[in-house]
Design a protein around this ligand. Structure first.
Ligand code: AMP
Length: 135
């Protein structure tokens, strides 16, 4: 992707009921280009960047550019968007060289689900043996 185009994407900021999400949400600030991130992939609707506190040698977060708080907030009409998150993760796993050995995809939802950042994101984790126990 050309530098010019990625700049255009970075300038996009989302509003919900008049509230500029980049003022409220750290991942929206990344989408708006207001705080730096190590970008692994981007297109018009999605962004993937490296986790600031990686839990595995490869730890990438894939997010929609629009502000969706969590899986709980997804509408039935956003099934395609939800599917794209997984397809992007699969493609990134190949690009990152972790596809052959395997990887883990995680979406935390809500406080008891361990979600800390209230902007829907899919964790792509790989490059080490994952514990078979989830928890
Ligand atoms: P979760 O617990 O599922 O909400 O995960 C949020 C993830 O976002 C954590 O793994 C954090 O390390 C990561 N994170 C928080 N702030 C940033 C940031 N500015 N850039 C990259 N990753 C971040």
């Amino acid at each position: 992707m050309s530098k010019e185009r990625s700049k255009v994407y970075a300038r996009k900021a989302w509003y919900i009921e008049g509230v500029r999400m980049a003022d409220e949400c750290i991942f929206c600030r990344i989408v708006a280009g207001e705080i730096p991130a190590d970008i692994a992939y981007q297109d018009e609707d999605f962004l993937a960047f490296r986790d600031i506190m990686p839990k595995a040698p490869t730890h990438v977060l894939i997010i929609p550019r629009i502000h969706i708080t969590s899986v709980a907030e997804l509408t039935d009409g956003q099934q395609k968007l939800a599917g794209r998150l997984i397809v992007i993760a699969r493609n990134l796993a190949k690009k990152e060289g972790i596809a052959r050995k395997g990887y883990r995809l995680v979406i935390n939802c809500g406080p008891e689900g361990g979600q800390v950042v209230p902007h829907l994101h899919l964790h792509l984790l790989g490059g080490r043996q994952m514990d078979a126990r989830l928890g």
